[in-house]
Design a protein around this ligand. Structure first.
Ligand code: GLY
Length: 391
């Protein structure tokens, strides 16, 4: 479909959320789906470690988000398998490895003990281990590790492979990819009706899905108050390579509280080891800094001293899209014709399957699925407020 034409569904933003929604929308109907993005397959998921960790990343007061995250985690195996088939055989790096979350000093252990107690109150699958038991699972851990949690159902996927597979699946499902910017949302008679593109052409649409991460609220033409500001939260991250002779090195995701700072190490089956991530609120800056790299290496070295032997192959930084309550915006907005799929903050990779299913269902039926209701984009507008997502 050439720009200037009409789409049934126009998705603005071709990161992991936009592509997953476009793929599912093309499968379900109605009609033709277009994605507009100058670099589809980019965004935060290209940088992310790809931990699928609804239980070990749980924060107090975020039970609705936990339900959504667990629902997505449960869908992941089937989602990844279907995507591999739909993309013509591309592997997503989905790995059911579980996660070990460990503590380095007694304060860190107290923090994890509280998390474990919270897990138990919620009936989650989470087992307390002594330091010795943790090191038995992961012998590369420092002798000083003071204990931790084993969560057998928090897994991993490779965000870059996933994006590649989603792009291929979209193309095979006849999703049209326009490699240009959406420079203006077109609104007529109080309804979103399409977008003006960077090429100067216009594309009209029955429904517009805004999936532009931390740029979502900045789209010119978007009426004031329809979306809250989505703040960019920078994460710096490292990629190391585990030589064959050192493997497995680590057998599962390892998270840690290191003197109050949070860190994670995600070992992939292909030998990549991802170490992340900083959390910085400094606007739209994605500079990799010496301080960011130093802090990650310092804490990772304290946790797993052997990492200093490994080649450091990449440093990068991405922007997490944070909504005011850190939960995503899913479904119809206060502007008829405009649907949001944004604000996934730390959970974009995890929440991609469930977001795609829920938004595609809404696009096809006009009904907001029950699971999406706590995440109504209208919750930030007092006049239209429904259920608050995060207490
Ligand atoms: N979910 C991991 C992160 O945002 O750093």
């Amino acid at each position: 479909m050439a720009p200037g034409a009409h789409a049934d569904v126009l998705v603005i933003g071709g990161g992991i959320i936009g592509l997953a929604v476009a793929w599912r929308a093309a499968q379900r109907g109605p009609g033709n789906v277009v994605v507009v993005d100058p670099t589809p397959g980019g965004g935060a998921a290209r940088v992310a470690a790809g931990m699928l960790a609804p239980v070990t990343e749980l924060q107090y007061g975020e039970e609705p988000l936990l339900r959504l995250g667990m629902a997505s985690n449960e869908r992941y195996a089937a989602f990844a398998a279907e995507l591999t088939e739909a993309s013509g055989g591309l592997d997503t790096g989905y790995r059911q490895c579980g996660t070990l979350a460990v503590a380095l000093d007694s304060d860190d252990r107290e923090e994890l003990r509280e998390l474990h107690a919270f897990h138990q109150r919620l009936g989650l699958n989470s087992t307390w281990l002594t330091g010795r038991e943790a090191r038995k699972l992961e012998p590369m851990l420092a002798p000083g590790v003071r204990g931790g949690l084993h969560v057998a159902d928090d897994h991993q996927v490779d965000g870059r492979r996933l994006l590649k597979a989603l792009l291929a699946a979209c193309e095979r499902a006849n999703v049209a990819l326009h490699r240009t910017e959406a420079v203006e949302l077109l609104v007529e008679d109080g309804r979103a009706v399409g977008a003006r593109l960077g090429t100067g052409e216009t594309l009209t649409a029955e429904q517009v899905v805004l999936a532009a991460g931390p740029h979502s609220h900045l789209l010119p033409g978007l009426p004031e108050g329809v979306l809250p500001a989505i703040r960019p939260v920078k994460g710096q991250i490292l990629r190391l390579r585990i030589p064959e002779a050192y493997r497995p090195f680590l057998s599962r995701n390892v998270r840690a509280v290191v003197r109050g700072r949070h860190l994670y190490l995600v070992p992939r089956e292909d030998g990549e080891l991802v170490i992340g991530a900083t959390t910085e609120e400094q606007g739209y800056d994605t500079t990799v800094t010496a301080g960011g790299v130093y802090e990650l290496l310092r804490d990772a070295h304290e946790l797993v001293p052997g990492i200093t032997e490994l080649p450091l192959v990449e440093t990068s930084a991405g922007l997490r899209p944070g909504s005011p309550d850190n939960a995503p915006l899913l479904g119809p907005t206060g502007l008829p014709g405009l649907v949001a799929a944004t604000g996934h903050y730390r959970n974009g990779v995890l929440l991609a399957p469930v977001t795609a299913d829920l938004v595609a269902e809404y696009l096809a039926t006009g009904e907001v699925p029950e699971l999406a209701r706590p995440f109504a984009p209208t919750r930030f507008s007092p006049a239209r407020s429904t259920t608050k997502a995060v207490a």
